[in-house]
Design a protein around this ligand. Structure first.
Ligand SMILES: CC(=O)SCCNC(=O)CCNC(=O)[C@H](O)C(C)(C)COP(=O)(O)OP(=O)(O)OC[C@H]1O[C@@H](n2cnc3c(N)ncnc32)[C@H](O)[C@@H]1OP(=O)(O)O
Length: 395
């Protein structure tokens, strides 16, 4: 296992293609990643001269409850060659990704939820997939002005979109900072990605934007296409209503598919929230690599004074009893010998870190064990965020 030079990372796309069962060319994987390789830590696992494993660590900023921007080790492109699996390669990769001296927090999207709990990651946010019929009216009293929305060509839209995203990411828990390579990756467009749908289209409002593609379809009853929203960013209620009215009134499509937060305002605009079908999926996973540094980086909604006993099989420096005291929104963390009020695994603190998952729910499932009545609720309330985290960029 070693950190690769940019030249050595040239063999990584082949490992990714094999591991992810890609039906597209290695050149296309390279084209999508090109802006990221130079700005990331690229890890390679080798069997002799042959590269059999890969992982990339991106330096990303993540807005956390309380408003701070926390630098996180964004883990992605984890791949082990099919003929080298279940021999401990991933575990070696994770040892390199989670050193005590690294970022205090790590984040990832998992291809399979079962993989990363053993390394201390908890599911810290979920996305909701909405399916909404078009042309549905808004409920009485919703004021929407779609006439200020303009469709812009990609080149013209991008600088505006980037400014609007940065504004959103300054005030919202969950979005990640993006360098050029992240933008290129997230908005990568090719005939293969399109798969019969249109290229990405850019609908821009003064305070937000919707990037989408459409899949035309003709039925015996007429047009029955689908609109897929790739990214929806709104900085004001006017942008929420104006952009949704615009999208829901686009001709020749009958359905909109969209992924938002669980508390997304979309359903509140509709005359009956059941018009939008909803499914929930896991989103950003968070790992507190060094909890003593990580917990004070975020803010706290309520005062709390508890001793937690933390188990961390992978990063043993987190294991032990910690006295957590939050006052005035700030938390101090100190090692202690005092009897614990709560017992939990480090992945539960990761799950609660963005304020979208309640520790009391984890306690109800028996994952967090309470020794002092009320301690789970107290820490749970302190760690909540005002809104659900908004993590929708799969990186
Ligand atoms: C952040 C991201 O990039 S997510 C993308 C992850 N990559 C993929 O899904 C691509 C396809 N899969 C792969 O490349 C590999 O199977 C990997 C990376 C998931 C696992 O790599 P391996 O080298 O086989 O894992 P390794 O041998 O180190 O296994 C470590 C432990 O995890 C378990 N494990 C590994 N993969 C999985 C899985 N998919 N589901 C459940 N458990 C798993 C192993 O059983 C082992 O458990 P143990 O410690 O109890 O024995």
């Amino acid at each position: 296992m070693r950190q690769q030079t940019t030249d050595e990372a040239a063999t990584t796309p082949a490992v990714l293609a094999a591991a992810f069962l890609a039906n597209h060319s290695i050149e296309e994987i390279r084209a999508k990643e090109v802006g990221l390789t130079e700005h990331s830590v690229n890890l390679g696992a080798y069997a002799g001269d042959r590269q059999v494993g890969a992982a990339q660590v991106q330096d990303r900023g993540l807005r956390v409850p309380g408003g701070a921007l926390v630098r996180v080790a964004g883990l992605t492109s984890v791949a082990v060659a099919p003929d080298h699996r279940r021999r401990g390669v991933l575990t070696k990769i994770m040892r390199a990704v989670l050193p005590r001296s690294g970022q205090a927090v790590s984040a990832l999207w998992a291809s399979e939820s079962a993989i990363y709990g053993r390394y201390g990651y908890g599911v810290a946010s979920e996305i909701t997939h909405f399916t909404v019929p078009t042309k549905v009216p808004f409920r009485v009293g919703v004021d929407a002005d779609p006439t200020v929305v303009r469709e812009l060509p990609r080149e013209e839209a991008m600088p505006v979109v980037r400014g609007l995203y940065e504004r959103f990411a300054e005030t919202t828990v969950g979005p990640l900072t993006r360098i050029d390579g992240n933008w290129d990756y997230h908005f990568y467009d090719s005939a293969r990605v399109q798969a019969g749908r249109t290229p990405l289209r850019f609908a821009v409002h003064p305070d937000g934007y919707a990037v989408y593609r459409a899949q035309p379809k003709w039925t015996d009853n007429g047009p029955g296409g689908t609109l897929f929203v790739h990214e929806f960013i709104a900085n004001t209620p006017q942008a929420v209503t104006g952009l949704w009215r615009y999208l829901l009134d686009i001709d020749l499509v009958t359905t909109v598919e969209y992924e938002g937060s669980g508390d997304d305002p979309l359903t509140l605009l509709l005359p009956d929230s059941r018009i939008a079908l909803r499914k929930r999926f896991h989103a950003l996973h968070i790992r507190l690599t060094d909890l003593e540094r990580a917990l004070p980086l975020r803010g706290y909604l309520a005062p709390v004074d508890v001793v937690v006993e933390v188990a961390d099989a992978f990063c043993p420096w987190n294991t032990g009893r910690w006295h957590l005291v939050a006052n005035g929104g700030q938390m101090t963390v100190a090692s202690t010998e005092a009897a614990p009020d709560l017992e939990l695994d480090v992945r539960d603190l990761g799950a609660a870190y963005l304020g979208g998952i309640r520790l009391s729910t984890l306690a109800a499932a028996g994952l967090v064990r309470e020794h002092t009545v009320g301690a789970a609720a107290a820490l749970s309330n302190a760690m909540l965020a005002e809104r659900e985290p908004s993590c929708r960029e799969v990186f």
